[in-house]
Design a protein. Structure first.
Lengths: 113, 112
């Protein structure tokens, strides 16, 4: 069974530029999560989707971050404009539903220069 | 104060040693406790998943939860160089959000 797929794996951009990350969850998983992981820290939840609905986006900085999950499968996370402090690993995870274990993708490592 | 505290290490042990990794937490509502292993430049991988207090064993790994002390542990027996990774504890309260709260992770190095 294929795991959570993320792309790109690495991205280097200059500050003030836009950037987008893509996630394909495990087939059949209705719940999708985006996490932020800073160096030396554990992941922190940014947003959670139940199918195509964002049900918990309280930690998403909405002035510059946006996310979507069209058709309730793939998801994209966008930052516009990027700031130096956005340099981190962005992890996508999925679960069968809200009560089941979360499985993580490999992450996208963002460097903002 | 963070909800979940975890010693970041690094922890270096010789091959074959017993490793003990620990987390403390402050939220008494947490009921589900997990340990994830994260290799360098990879995503976290679920190792152990336990509910409430007690022990759970899976091969060389044993997870312990003491809710009265708000303390969880992961033991690795006969540690191998391939166990070298960052170990993250995570927990949740079992409410509608399924929101995981992670520790900072402990970096483990098993020396051959």
């Amino acid at each position: 069974e294929a795991g959570v797929v993320q792309s790109p794996r690495y991205k280097i951009i200059e500050k003030k530029q836009p950037v987008a990350f893509w996630c394909n969850p495990i087939s059949g998983h209705n719940t999708l999560y985006w996490y932020l992981q800073n160096l030396g820290q554990g992941p922190e939840l940014l947003i959670r989707y139940e199918n195509e609905e964002a049900v918990d986006d309280s930690q998403l900085p909405k002035d510059r971050f946006s996310a979507e999950r069209l058709k309730g499968v793939d998801s994209t996370l966008k930052i516009q404009p990027a700031e130096l402090g956005d340099s981190a690993v962005y992890l996508c995870a999925s679960s069968l539903d809200v009560n089941h274990e979360q499985y993580f993708g490999p992450g996208t490592r963002l460097t903002v220069t | 104060q963070k909800e979940v505290e975890q010693d970041p290490g690094p922890l270096s042990v010789p091959e074959g040693a017993i490793v003990s990794l620990n987390c403390t937490y402050s939220n008494s509502a947490f009921q589900y406790f997990m340990w994830y292993r994260q290799y360098s430049r990879k995503g976290p991988e679920l190792l152990m998943y336990t509910y409430s207090s007690g022990n759970k064993e899976d091969g060389r790994f044993t997870a312990q939860v003491d809710k009265s002390s708000k303390y969880i542990s992961l033991f690795i027996r006969d540690s191998q160089p391939s166990d070298s990774a960052t170990y993250l504890c995570a927990m949740k309260d079992g409410g509608a959000t399924n929101k995981l709260i992670f520790g900072t992770g402990t970096l483990l190095a098993v020396q051959p």
